[in-house]
Design a protein around this ligand. Sequence first.
Ligand code: HSE
Length: 305
Amino acid sequence: MKSVKIQAPATSANVGPGYDIFALALKEPFDQVELTLNDSGTISIEIINDIQNIPTNPQDNTAGLAAMELFRLKKINHGLKIRILKFMCSGGGMGTTGASAAATIYGLNKLLNLQLAPNEMIDFARKGEVASGGSPHADNVAAAILGGFVLVKSYNPIDVLKLELPETPVVLAAIRKSQRTTRGFITYEIGQEKLKEQMARCSRVIHAIHIGDMEEFGSAISVDYIHEPVRGAAIPGYWGTKKKVLAAGAYGCTISGGGSSVIAFCSTEKQDEIAELMEKDFSSNPNYSKTYKTFTSNKGVQIID
Ligand code: HSE
């Protein structure tokens, strides 16, 4: 096998209080990556339908950087062509950079028969994320590879647990952030009271998943003292719309990944109403892209024809 095509799902990282340690996979949208091994000795990248100026220099691209790291550490001398088919908006907190890196490592594992364990694939893929936000966070790539809800149990060494979620309706207002990353503004100095609440919320999220209670899950994810204050401030009208979304009956609402997309979980009956509400409130934002009505998904990256 010299060529393989892979599909990787959008992912929503942090899931409220789990900054850098929680993420979940969505049924739609997704990106695709086609990998072809060659004898060129170099890695080249082509972006199909690129409307977003995604870098094609391998070092500056999450897929390219992840592949470079894999080749370096496994002493692989092949050349590689990476064709990336983008369906998601970049810079929107939907894990599109993680999807490219995850798909590339998953595909190379198959093509080169490397027999990498899931944690090893996650570890290589997260190295690619440095090209995007400057940090090797594992949450998005883990959810893209494994599907479902993921909990990063340990960063050193990387150890990720996948938990299955009941298929739950999701509304995601895709909004690009106005700057590359807001990570530099986030502080862990939140004080004892907020820290206790934060830990309680993380525990509640995991408990809610164990008992399959998505209302409890939604309530638990709707408070975060680490990244939401910073990223919420960068989304005009965010707090007011969140309030309305929760009042309309959503289980929970928070910022998706690094922002500025906003994600809500709800019942099937409420999905249209909440989507309309978010679209109405956010569509005047110049960085707004579209509102997705989708679902959580227990499926991760997969090979396609
Ligand atoms: N955990 C990462 C962050 C996810 O919050 O920056 C980025 O999608």
